[in-house]
Design a binder for this molecule. Structure first.
Ligand code: SF4
Ligand code: SF4
Length: 447
């Protein structure tokens, strides 16, 4: 029986206990203090795909689990106190459907007058569902590949990486160089989907004159994939691999070009997972650019192109880098325009939290790289087809504001956002160029 058909009440009960073990005052506040005002519904990218996909509705399964563990009355009479667990595979499938309609974008958290982050609750739900077998096959494959410690064991991935290494060697990049002050940490996902971001970042770091190096092999598929799937053991192993590598080089700073969840994870979540500080600073390339432009140590060529910025949720809203990218881009073009939602409430692209990474067009792309079919059951296929349809509905608001801006190029800094915007642009006939920030800036570096 595949994971998507399995139903084990015992696993569910032990997952409920595991969640109770992870409860802390913040999570308990999220679970308990909602007054049902529905303000968070307005900004959630998935509400347009169905009222049942509002933040409160999607977090309800987690609330049910917690109530049944924490409150005596709910333990005794679960059906009366909103603590009943699924009694069939179909009910559990419904929970999985809800859990995979959340990008963990933080819009509900910013909107809620009580600071309730439904995305965090939904993430905990996903972790438990993964252990009942409800995890997309491609996500599980990538998690296992990453945990193996050799993400280049797949021939197709190894070929892509070798080609990139050739380009980087041509730029004079030295790999695994001990004593370098900066380590640039790209991921396999960037090499596969946004290779221009790697080449662009290398050119920028060279131009800034920094003493830097990078791994000769990617250390992860994309920060710990396990962190998205709730395998804290595997996430810890990958995090230690990264930390040990940087310690071995002796670098004081890690530079990222991916401003998606790897940025948030390494800056904010990894020290908590490790239980100690990382021992180095984590910065995004846009921070180095912003600083160099502010000091006047870097001047970029100007263009007339009408450009705009899509802020990745984890870099902007959750990471605090909201105006820096806009200031960098506005220094390159008088025709830089901010999107209508620019700022704390910047619209989500709709594909984060591994959603765009598991939908059918991505599976096809990976099948090409893997050289064979990925074994996906009929039931999972139905799940993924519907997920893709809803993802395109969720991305529509972003597409509309990009169209309204009149920009011919949209710039962003997250491999997941690039991939989602490419899929959404094609589906909604947007017809703009989508570039990563390092790729765009590298073209404007002075000779
Ligand atoms: S984190 Fe984003 S996608 Fe998830 S429920 Fe909140 S607003 Fe919706
Ligand atoms: S905005 Fe906050 S209090 Fe209101 S429904 Fe959403 S989570 Fe509950």
């Amino acid at each position: 029986m595949s994971g998507w058909e399995a139903f084990s009440p015992d696993t569910l009960r032990s997952e409920a206990k595991a969640i109770a073990g992870r409860l802390n005052p913040v999570l308990l506040h999220f679970v308990e203090d909602c007054v049902g005002c529905a303000l968070c519904e307005v900004n959630c990218p998935y509400t347009p795909a169905g009222e049942e996909y509002g933040p409160v509705e999607k977090a309800e399964p987690l609330r049910r689990i917690v109530r049944g563990q924490v409150f005596l009355a709910a333990k005794v009479l679960p059906w009366l106190f909103g603590a009943r667990l699924p009694r069939s595979a179909e009910e559990l499938d419904r929970w999985a459907e809800l859990a995979y309609r959340c990008t963990n974008c933080g819009l509900c958290y910013i909107t809620c007058p009580f600071g309730i982050h439904s995305g965090t609750m939904i993430q905990h739900l996903r972790y438990s569902l993964a252990r009942t077998g409800r995890i997309p096959t491609l996500l599980k494959m990538m998690m296992d590949l990453e945990a193996s410690g050799n993400v280049l064991s797949v021939e197709g991935f190894s070929k892509v990486w070798s080609e990139l290494l050739g380009k980087l060697e041509g730029l004079g990049v030295s790999f695994d160089r001990k004593g370098a002050k900066y380590v640039y940490l790209p991921s396999l996902a960037e090499a596969l989907i946004t290779p221009g971001a790697l080449v662009g970042t290398a050119k920028i770091l060279n131009k800034l004159g920094l003493d830097w190096t990078m791994p000769s092999k990617p250390l992860s598929v994309r920060a710990p994939i396990a962190n998205l799937a709730g395998d804290s053991g595997a996430a810890l192993e990958v995090t230690r691999r990264i930390v040990d590598y940087v310690a071995g080089i002796g670098a004081s700073t890690v530079v990222l070009s991916d401003g998606g969840y790897p940025y948030r994870f390494l800056r904010f979540d990894a020290p908590a997972l490790l239980g100690k500080p990382l021992g180095f600073e984590v910065v995004h390339i846009v921070e180095l650019l912003h600083e160099a432009l502010r000091k006047g140590s870097l001047k970029l060529r100007e263009v007339d192109q009408k450009i705009t910025w899509h802020s990745p949720c984890q870099l902007g809203r959750m990471g605090g880098l909201i105006e820096e990218p806009a200031e960098v881009l506005s220094s390159t073009s008088k025709n830089f325009v901010k999107l209508e939602s620019h700022g704390l409430l910047s619209k989500c692209c709709g594909g984060g939290n591994a959603i765009a990474c598991v939908v059918p067009p991505t599976i096809e792309m990976f099948e090409g790289l893997l050289g064979g079919k990925i074994p996906i059951s009929e039931k999972e296929k139905v799940f993924l087809d519907k997920l893709y349809k809803d993802m395109l509905i969720a991305s529509k608001a972003k597409v509309d504001e990009i169209r309204k801006s009149g920009a011919s190029t949209v710039i962003t800094a997250c491999v997941g956002c690039v991939h989602t915007l490419q899929l959404a642009s094609k589906a909604h006939g947007l017809g703009v160029e989508i570039k990563t920030l390092p790729e765009y800036i590298a073209e404007l570096l002075p000779e």
